[in-house]
Design a protein around this ligand. Structure first.
Ligand SMILES: *[C@@H]1O[C@H](CO)[C@@H](O)[C@H](O)[C@H]1NC(C)=O
Ligand SMILES: *[C@@H]1O[C@H](CO)[C@@H](O)[C@H](O)[C@H]1NC(C)=O
Ligand SMILES: *[C@@H]1O[C@H](CO)[C@@H](O)[C@H](O)[C@H]1NC(C)=O
Ligand SMILES: *[C@@H]1O[C@H](CO)[C@@H](O)[C@H](O)[C@H]1NC(C)=O
Length: 871
């Protein structure tokens, strides 16, 4: 449970003391056994996590279970066993589950649930109250079809039990019929210290492999990234299968079949590729540099017979060369020089840029080649055509199903739904590029996946089968795999036959194969239905993708079908939720599958609980204001349920000599707003008192400044000054004035608002305002928190000068964690409380855990250094 902090203001100065919440070593709650058991049968992985926990206290205790599972997986079972009684999670349609959840909330029960998103993992978290000296077993099952990328499958297992566990085990069993060609173990848990804990065995038939990870108690504390809280890391198992037959691997069982098709001995098809690169202002800095690095590497990897084009765009679309050119040494040299010169500039005209790319490719058709378009952007369309629906229509019509469009969304300020829809409508995929130090490698990695087309226009047919998953594919790339599953509907069918028809570099090719439907396949009895489950998994995944591009009745039909299957196979998908009813107090929790990108960047949970259990920190803190100096420190406890804070003085005021000048303590409740600084290893947060006019960002060298008036929740008014220009953003409108013209927008207005002039670009869509002034790019979000409307500024780009001022310019803070209640900033140890804050930099306003420190420590100065008299 997080502790909250109260802040004491004395004559305008902030004297701040933090409760040093002693974090107890909770061995009273003992995880005495933690097992992860993963079984992979023909790439279909079913993983069971079992955690056994004892409450060794003589009183009842809330026990938490929190694990991370791969994003691609569907949870299919959750069970708690307490004193011999089992409580199973039930998968329901999302709306129905939501209702149950809301009812629990309205009854005042703690109905928290939780799931969150990292780059590849999601959180699952729940808790239950366990009686004195009792035990609980949590068991979570999830399923996924491992996808082949760059020639291998990857099974990622995360282990972070939060304490050292006496009996810790990870067991992986892989069964691949054609044989395993290589097996490799990686990840943070495969380090030097832990290497003796890992064993892997490949059967001599190569059909089976076992990986076991049994770290001792000591090893659990000694490894990299591990500590008192035990293991913390991933075990990543990579492998590929043998492919003795080019026509693929066909398996049938219990009325279902799966067909894996990944031929390798084919010559690659030369490609026509056009890269469409966003160089709008928001790409400034590292993003642009990483894009340049990646593009230089990608250009270096083009084969001589490939043709390529380069487009860069902001509000204007520029081409390197008007037509596609062959990847000769000379052309590549010139293209690289062009790439090195790409710099960030203005707004974002996605529509014109993509249409230009389509036009370039279609104007120079080449026999026996494979065409593809790759779009890289980090923002919303803000120039030219800005209506995303119309852009999608334009692009779809222009491409006409002739080649795929891949959309790479850089960072979290992109409209990923829009990019995804546009890619899916044009036979491509959308991928998020995480803003991190390895972004250039992510870009290259994506390119490598599509770098080698081997076949185009792949069509696969089956006799006597129906309810097939996707059977036609625009292109097949080396290192990937085509998977089709279906139901064998003809009961008399003895053999299932398949035929693959595709176009290779120089001819039409056909592959045929057949399999007996009566053969018994050699799998564990509890997994004998894996083909059926795999079929259901793949069907649901594909329906959810297809649903994105459909409209009206078709959309509803696809959704309905995906929902029915999710319910039947008990998958927690975006359409369903799992309802867990706790034994005590009939508490209900609901597990939703979060959407991609819903909780960006932070690896912390998104708290959906509307009425969380007591002690939950709101962004709203109270301050105690005194009118006289007190001369001794106060420690203030959490406000608890009541709004009035409790005071715990180190010394009682009465013990001070009660002179005439004895300070009169007047308690004024004054709200404060919690700010977050996203830095590593963990975010820092601090409380700033409401009511002040604050200096948010100032760059004297470019004559830019931004000030805001802080109210109880966020900002009421923010004013930006840039040379002689002024932009006033308030919670009801936005007014821009450059001395000559005045432009006004209203939040939530129907049409997007747009203004552009020299070095200034303003773009409003609904509740998001994107402003570029010189080298500063700020996005303003309009939040509505139960009726309180306020603004939150998010700096996306700022000049790199050393003399940047303002509370939002403080991004370079560095600290070390010293203990559970102390961190060290600039050689100074300060009290810090592990707490949480609402991250208003995202429309979904997720809750984020952070080290709460005094405002002076966070800002490295007094608050008065950051206030202004006029906005
Ligand atoms: C792991 O799961 C499989 C199949 O569900 C089961 O047969 C096996 O005994 C389990 N292994 C361990 C070590 O629990
Ligand atoms: C639990 O044990 C502690 C001492 O270990 C004791 O003070 C307390 O009264 C006990 N509580 C109950 C409910 O028995
Ligand atoms: C496809 O990839 C494999 C390695 O995964 C490589 O050996 C093979 O040469 C590649 N084929 C082509 C045509 O590039
Ligand atoms: C829990 O629900 C059951 C059945 O709905 C009811 O009989 C019981 O009294 C409830 N318990 C509590 C503590 O509310």
């Amino acid at each position: 449970m997080e502790r909250t902090t109260l802040v004491l203001t004395i004559l305008g100065h902030l004297l701040l003391c933090v409760t040093s919440a002693p974090v107890k070593q909770q061995r009273d709650v003992d995880i005495y056994s933690f097992h992860i058991n993963s079984t992979v049968t023909s790439r279909y992985a079913i993983t069971v996590i079992t955690s056994r926990v004892a409450n060794r206290l003589n009183e009842s205790k809330e026990i938490h279970f929190q694990v991370k599972i791969p994003k691609n997986a569907f949870i299919s079972k959750f069970r708690m066993t307490i004193e011999g009684k089992t409580y199973d999670g039930v998968v329901k349609q999302k709306e129905a589950a939501q209702q149950q959840y809301s009812q629990a909330v309205s009854r005042g029960e703690s109905a928290g649930i939780v799931s969150s998103v990292g780059r590849t993992l999601e959180d699952f978290k729940t808790s239950v109250t366990v009686a004195a000296f009792s035990k609980v077993t949590f068991e979570l099952t999830y399923e996924e079809l491992l996808k082949r990328r760059l020639g291998k499958y990857q099974l990622q297992i995360n282990a972070q039990p939060m304490q050292v566990v006496a009996d810790f085990k990870i067991d992986v069993y892989i069964n691949e019929h054609p044989g395993i060609s290589f097996l490799e173990i990686k990840g943070g848990l495969k380090t030097q210290e832990l290497s003796s804990a890992v064993t892997s065995t490949l059967a001599s038939s190569t059909k089976e492999a076992w990986v076991n990870f049994y770290p001792t108690r000591e090893q659990q504390t000694k490894c990299e990234g591990c500590g008192e809280n035990g293991l913390n890391g991933d075990l990543i198992i990579e492998y590929d299968v043998k492919r003795p037959k080019q026509n693929g691997e066909l398996q049938a069982s219990n009325g279902y079949f799966v067909h894996y098709f990944a031929p390798t001995d084919i010559q690659k098809i030369p490609k026509n590729v056009v890269f469409i690169i966003d160089h709008s202002g928001s790409m400034h800095g590292r993003k642009m540099a990483q894009t340049r690095t990646a593009m230089l590497k990608i250009l270096g990897d083009l084969a001589q017979e490939d043709y390529f084009g380069l487009i860069v765009f902001d509000s204007k679309v520029d081409v390197w060369k008007a037509e596609l050119l062959q990847a000769t040494e000379k052309n590549l040299e010139q293209a690289k020089a062009f790439v090195k010169d790409i710099n960030d500039r203005g707004a974002t005209d996605i529509n014109a840029a993509v249409l230009k790319g389509v036009d370039m490719i279609t104007r120079y058709p080449r026999e026996g080649s494979a065409s593809l378009l790759i779009l890289l952007t980090d923002g919303d369309p803000t120039a030219g055509e800005t209506n995303t629906g119309r852009i999608q229509e334009n692009v779809k019509q222009a491409i006409g199903g002739k080649f795929p469009l891949y959309c790479l969304g850089f960072g979290f300020d992109v409209n990923f739904d829009f990019l995804e829809k546009m890619a899916l409508e044009n036979d491509g995929v959308a991928r998020r590029i995480y803003e991190d130090s390895d972004a250039d490698l992510q870009l290259q990695g994506f390119y490598e996946e599509v770098a080698t087309p081997l076949l185009t226009d792949v069509q696969i047919n089956y006799n006597g089968a129906s309810n097939l998953t996707q059977t036609s594919f625009r292109q097949y790339y080396n290192g990937s795999e085509i998977v089709v599953a279906g139901q064998i509907t003809d009961n008399s069918l003895e053999t299932l036959q398949t035929e693959v028809i595709a176009i290779s570099i120089d001819s039409k090719v056909t592959y045929q194969d057949s399999v007996s439907t009566k053969d018994v396949i050699d799998v564990l009895p509890q997994h004998e239905n894996f083909i059926q489950r795999l079929w259901a998994y793949l069907t649901v995944k594909q329906l959810l993708e297809k649903e994105v591009t459909l409209k009206g009745d078709e959309k509803e039909a696809a959704k309905k079908k995906a929902l029915d299957l999710s319910l039947k196979y008990e998958f927690v998908t975006p359409l369903t939720s799992m309802v867990v009813t706790k034994p005590q107090e009939n508490e209900t929790q609901v597990a939703h599958k979060p959407k991609e990108g819903e909780e960006p960047r932070t690896h912390h949970r998104r708290v959906l609980a509307l009425q969380p259990s007591s002690g939950f920190v709101k962004s709203h803190q109270y301050m105690v204001q005194s009118v006289r100096p007190l001369g001794f420190p106060f420690l203030l406890g959490p406000p608890g349920h009541a709004d009035a804070p409790r005071l715990h003085g180190h010394k009682s005021p009465a013990r001070h000599p009660p002179k005439a000048s004895r300070p009169t303590i007047k308690l004024l409740l004054q709200p404060a707003v919690r700010f977050l600084i996203s830095i590593l290893p963990k975010p820092i947060c601090y409380d700033a008192p409401a009511g002040h006019k604050l200096l948010l960002l100032k760059d004297p060298s470019s004559d830019f400044s931004m000030n805001g008036h802080l109210s109880d929740e966020g900002f009421q008014v923010i004013v930006l000054h840039y040379k002689t220009e002024k932009l006033r953003v308030s919670h009801d409108n936005i007014v821009y004035n450059n001395g000559k013209n005045r432009v006004k927008f209203v939040w939530g207005q129907l049409d997007p608002g747009n203004h552009e002039s020299h070095n200034v670009s303003i773009f409003l869509r609904s509740t998001k305002l994107n402003v570029t002034m010189g080298s500063v790019n700020v996005v303003f979000l309009l939040h509505n928190k139960s009726g309180d409307v306020f603004l939150w500024p998010v700096i996306h780009q700022q000049p790199k000068n050393a003399d940047i001022q303002g509370i939002l310019g403080k991004t370079d803070l560095q600290y070390e964690e010293v203990s559970d209640s102390k961190i060290k900033i600039k050689d100074l140890e300060i009290e810090a409380t592990w707490s949480s804050a609402i991250d208003y930099r995202f429309p979904t306003a997720p809750s984020v855990e952070c080290w709460l420190v005094p405002v002076q420590s966070a800002l490295q100065g007094e608050l008065s250094d950051f206030t202004v008299s006029q906005l």
